[in-house]
Design a protein around this ligand. Structure first.
Ligand code: HGY
Ligand code: MN
Ligand code: MN
Length: 401
């Protein structure tokens, strides 16, 4: 499994140790083919849906029963690491291989999934594949979603060989009996407390928006300050207003990030006429998150009026949080013992957030060094990964029996 994780990391558009694997890029397509070959070598039945979600099934003795699913993603944001998502995909495959070698025969089929585009990098929205599977996103996304080159999802997936209808991606709630995702924590708590396993019983609610600020450009020397409508300074105020809104909810569970800020025309001696930026606001509590969003809306109107700029904010997503299924959480807790584990909240979103819309879902975390993720120095030890896979295998065995 360690060598497979190392091999998967070589499918990248940036040199090691950084990993960049954008959905449907050459690197992603090669990685997908490599993964499908691994699944075929484990005698799993492999299929891909119209958006490239990949399903590798170990057929159980009662194949008509709703299956047990596991899995995650292999797409990676630019200049990131090699464990985010991949531990859940290759670890899910390894758990199946371990169960096969143990002589176990599942009643329910066990299926490892590789979801398309968990990361929002190319089409601006995260969990694209699992949103379509769960019906949270409709087939209209095919023409609505575009990448930075202006290509629609329909065009890009057709170029990649996925020509079916997005309507066929949706799965009924009878398709799976349970779903479990193994993932690195992407936070510092497990390592800090020297706890090898985290059982996730809730996933925070993500909301993101695309914000455009239209001001007035001009000569950086000739235009005096009272006459300026500087789009970038408005963006600065709005960014600080987002920080103020999330810090004032009374809980540290509310977080806010401005991850993208493009300034136009981007010349040293030209007043910024336009800014394209993004906001990402999350909380484990929906009402508290939405109060922060309202506060941000008020600040947006006040800044626009006072600075004479036009600010438009387009919501990309505003999802509800999820409480993980008690039955699956219990199966994970039982499989963890006698090892110590900690009940946790996931502050990152994951495909499990959307799988929980169509089946009983929960997640298992393993520690990552320094809590670091979405960076080239992201790391989880072979021992941590092996412990997570062993507990995942035991959980799948319980759920598939
Ligand atoms: O942003 C997230 O929470 C996930 O890592 N895509
Ligand atoms: Mn990620
Ligand atoms: Mn991830």
């Amino acid at each position: 499994l360690t060598s497979e994780l190392d091999t998967l990391a070589t499918f990248s558009d940036t040199p090691a140790p950084a990993v960049t694997r954008i959905v449907f890029s050459e690197a992603d397509r090669a990685a997908r083919q490599w993964f499908k070959n691994l699944c075929a070598a484990a005698n799993l039945t492999v299929r891909e849906d119209a958006v490239g979600n990949t399903f590798a099934r170990w057929i159980g003795s009662e194949p008509h029963l709703p299956a047990v699913g596991t899995g995650s993603h292999i797409d990676a944001i630019p200049h990131s690491g090699k464990y985010d998502g991949t531990v859940g995909v290759l670890g899910g495959l390894e758990a199946i291989r371990a169960l096969q070698q143990s002589g176990f025969q599942p009643r329910r089929s066990i299926e490892v999934l590789m979801f398309t585009a968990e990361e929002p990098t190319r089409f601006g929205i995260g969990c694209l594949g699992s949103r379509l599977i769960s019906g949270v996103l409709d087939a209209g996304a095919d023409e609505r979603l575009r990448d930075k080159q202006g290509s629609t999802l329909a065009q890009v997936r057709a170029e990649t060989g996925f020509t079916g209808s997005l309507d066929d991606v949706r799965l009924p709630s009878t398709y799976y009996d349970a779903f479990v995702e193994l993932h690195i924590e992407q936070g510092p708590l497990l390592e800090r407390d020297k706890i090898p396993l985290g059982v996730v019983n809730a996933i925070a609610a993500p909301a993101s928006a695309r914000i455009t600020i239209e001001g007035e450009g001009g000569h950086a020397g000739a235009v005096l300050m009272p006459h300026r409508r500087d789009a970038f300074l408005a963006a600065c105020e709005l960014s600080l207003a987002i920080e103020r809104a999330v810090k004032s909810t009374g809980s540290t569970d509310t977080v806010g990030t401005v991850g993208i800020c493009e300034v136009f025309p981007g010349a040293i001696n030209s007043i910024p006429s336009r800014v394209n930026m993004t906001s990402d606001v999350r909380d484990t509590d929906l009402a508290r998150r939405d109060r922060a969003l309202l506060q941000i809306d008020e600040a947006t109107r006040e800044i626009a009026a006072r600075r004479g700029v036009v600010i438009t904010s387009e919501t990309i997503n505003a999802d509800a949080p999820c409480v993980c299924a008690p039955r699956v959480v219990e199966a994970l807790r039982t499989a963890c013992s006698p090892l110590v584990f900690q009940d946790m909240v996931s502050r990152a979103y994951h495909d499990s957030l959307f799988m929980s819309r169509i089946t009983q879902a929960a997640m298992l975390f393993i520690p990552c060094r320094g809590g670091v993720s979405h960076r080239p120095d992201e790391y989880s030890s072979p021992e941590s990964i092996a412990t997570g896979v062993a507990v995942l295998a035991q959980t799948l065995k319980t759920l598939a029996s």
